[in-house]
Design a protein around this ligand. Structure first.
Ligand code: GLY
Length: 584
């Protein structure tokens, strides 16, 4: 657990912070929060040079592809939720699509059984990447700076290399067996035949050349030019399906975000092909009917209602949602507070509802090793990005001499209706594989506003747990008054309908709370830590206003509390390498 940080500010602390979390980092002129400190610094530099939050988000996206190659990417895809200073909200979907040669049964053998590893550890696992086109769409539509300026830091970091910290080196060591199997990946990440360690310099000369070509020619270098051709050739040589035509067909979608209201806050999140916004809004709508603050953080009463809400939401998530170009998503119904009230009425206040009694037996799957970053500029433009290769280092394959790590996002499709994916998630036919289709996601880049101003930017990696991690951070701040760092650090629980267990991070429940819940019919699975959530809150470190008698929480870290001009960043430091970069 965290060591309580030294209290740097004494004047404005009404009561000492109770939680074992460091103080959030404060800024007044903008902020970038990401999983890698060099990428956060790149974004903060763009803000200092006069770029807006979208410019910074584009630069961070390219930088993370270099300094966080396990999830940052140009060989994968993702989502960007935007809330502009003028009040407009929008969403860019640049998630991967299935190649034209993909089929619903491509991961099954002749007997209709799933072939182990085919959807995760093969060239057939690779979807057509969207990140480069997505970042360019963001820049052209909402940014202000040239591609050359925004890509220069990433090109420099790839060409000159960067020194690995403990978190950077740790994940490479963890993934070294997979990386060693691919000669191109081995040459970059295991140049001396073994994993690089802390203090080593990672140089990615091929990636620098690829980024330079994209900088010069734009996305055409990838989607119509030599880089796409090189990926298609590597895919074909490795038994994959991606062709040059798949690249030329790829399009970014600009979609309307999912929006809902929770206890005075307006929530803006990811629409299908993500399940994230729908699931978060459906859960918040159900929980709105309970006094979670009075129940208390992770009390038996709160865990009961949260689990029962999540159980029902994941039935809908796994069975009713998919790519909006292929299936009709009942978004209006699922996010309707009246529907939530109906679900709430079904919740037995004393007993767990067995999952087997809810819906057809179909569960979901997804890679957990995505990454989240947030940017807020001084004008109030807010950007929340979640993008991914699916697993750490995706399919553990680098395409020839492009230096691009390829995703294994195809595993997010339903390979066989009713069979669990890598997250144990069982999904339905709406998410079946089809040519040109995007797999259902849980990625939930989210922005909350209050009284017309950005209040919170939040999101996380974590596969099917992304929804719960993001949800819990919101509940921790709005209902339990935690500051942004405490909300991110607090141990989490997760329930996804099937399997019918509550997953627990270490220390998520006390022994007696657990016993109370067992008495109500709940089963538990102790798990490791999940997610690397990233958050920015404005005005004060906590959303909960101080009480009139001054016995509230920490108000600010010595900065004037001017809503919209003061912001506080919280980051999940579990990877040891992330950071909050404030602009003052
Ligand atoms: N691959 C993680 C997600 O899309 O949710």
């Amino acid at each position: 657990m965290r060591v309580l940080a030294a209290l740097l500010c004494t004047t404005l602390i009404a009561t000492a912070a109770q939680a074992a979390a460091p103080e959030p980092v404060a800024g007044s002129g903008g902020m970038v929060v990401s999983a890698q400190h060099l990428a956060s610094d790149v974004g903060a530099d763009i803000l200092r040079k006069g770029g807006n939050a979208v410019d910074a988000a584009v630069a961070v996206g390219y930088a993370l592809a270099v300094v966080y190659p396990q999830a940052g990417n140009i060989g994968g895809g993702g989502f960007m939720t935007l809330r502009l200073a003028d009040g407009r909200t929008t969403f860019l979907d640049f998630r991967e699509k299935a190649p034209q040669a993909a089929t619903a049964t491509m991961y099954q053998d002749a007997a209709g059984k799933i072939v182990p590893g085919l959807s995760t550890d093969s060239w057939k696992a690779v979807g057509v990447p969207g990140t480069v086109m997505g970042l360019e769409a963001a820049r052209v539509r909402y940014g202000t700076m040239s591609r050359a300026v925004l890509m220069a830091p990433a090109i420099r970091l790839a060409r000159d290399g960067f020194v690995l910290g403990q978190g950077d080196a740790g994940v490479m060591a963890l993934e070294s067996a997979g990386l060693a199997r691919d000669p191109a990946a081995r040459a970059i990440f295991l140049p001396r035949g073994k994993a690089l360690t802390k203090g080593d310099r990672l140089v990615q000369a091929d990636l620098a050349a690829t980024l330079t070509a994209i900088g010069d020619q734009g996305p055409d270098a990838l989607y119509r030019g030599s880089i796409g051709a090189a990926i298609a050739a590597a895919s074909q040589a490795g038994g994959g399906l991606i062709t040059r035509e798949d690249f030329s067909r790829y399009q970014v979608r600009e979609l309307k975000p999912i929006e809902c209201d929770y206890r005075g806050y307006h929530v803006i999140s990811a629409p299908p092909p993500s399940s994230g916004g729908v699931a978060i809004c459906e859960t918040l709508n159900i929980l709105q009917g309970y006094d979670l603050a009075a129940m208390g953080f992770h009390s038996a009463a709160e865990v009961h209602v949260m689990t029962e809400a999540l159980r029902r939401v994941y039935v809908d998530r796994n069975n009713k949602l998919g790519d909006p170009d292929f299936v009709s998503n009942p978004v209006a119904q699922l996010t309707d507070p009246a529907y939530a009230a109906k679900l709430r009425a079904q919740i037995d206040p004393e007993r767990a509802t067995p999952s087997s009694t809810l819906g057809p037996p179909q569960a979901p799957t997804e890679g957990r090793n995505t990454t989240q970053y947030d940017v807020l500029d001084a004008q109030g433009n807010a950007v929340s990005v979640t993008y991914t290769l699916n697993d750490w280092f995706g399919a553990h394959r680098v395409a020839g001499r492009t230096g691009i790590v390829m995703n294994n996002e195809m595993d997010d499709f339903t390979s066989l209706v009713g069979a669990p994916n890598m997250f144990g998630l069982i999904q339905g036919a709406n998410n079946a594989i089809a040519p040109g289709k995007t797999p259902l996601s849980s990625m939930s880049p989210t922005i909350l506003t209050k009284d017309g101003k950005v209040a919170l930017i939040i999101g996380s990696p974590g596969g099917s747990r992304i929804i719960t991690i993001t949800l819990e951070a919101i509940l921790n701040m709005i209902d339990h008054g935690m500051d942004v760092q405490e909300a991110i650090d607090a141990p989490r629980l997760h329930h996804q309908w099937l399997p019918d267990v509550i997953y627990l991070e270490p220390f998520a429940l006390s022994a007696d709370t657990r016993r109370l819940l067992e008495g109500r019919g709940y089963a538990f699975k102790d798990d490791e830590l999940w997610g690397i959530a990233e958050g920015i809150v404005t005005g004060a470190p906590t959303l909960k206003p101080p009480t009139a008698d001054g016995q509230g929480r920490v108000l600010s870290l010595g900065l004037p509390v001017l809503a919209g001009a003061t912001m506080f960043g919280g980051h999940d430091v579990r990877d040891g390498a992330g950071s909050v970069a404030p602009v003052n």
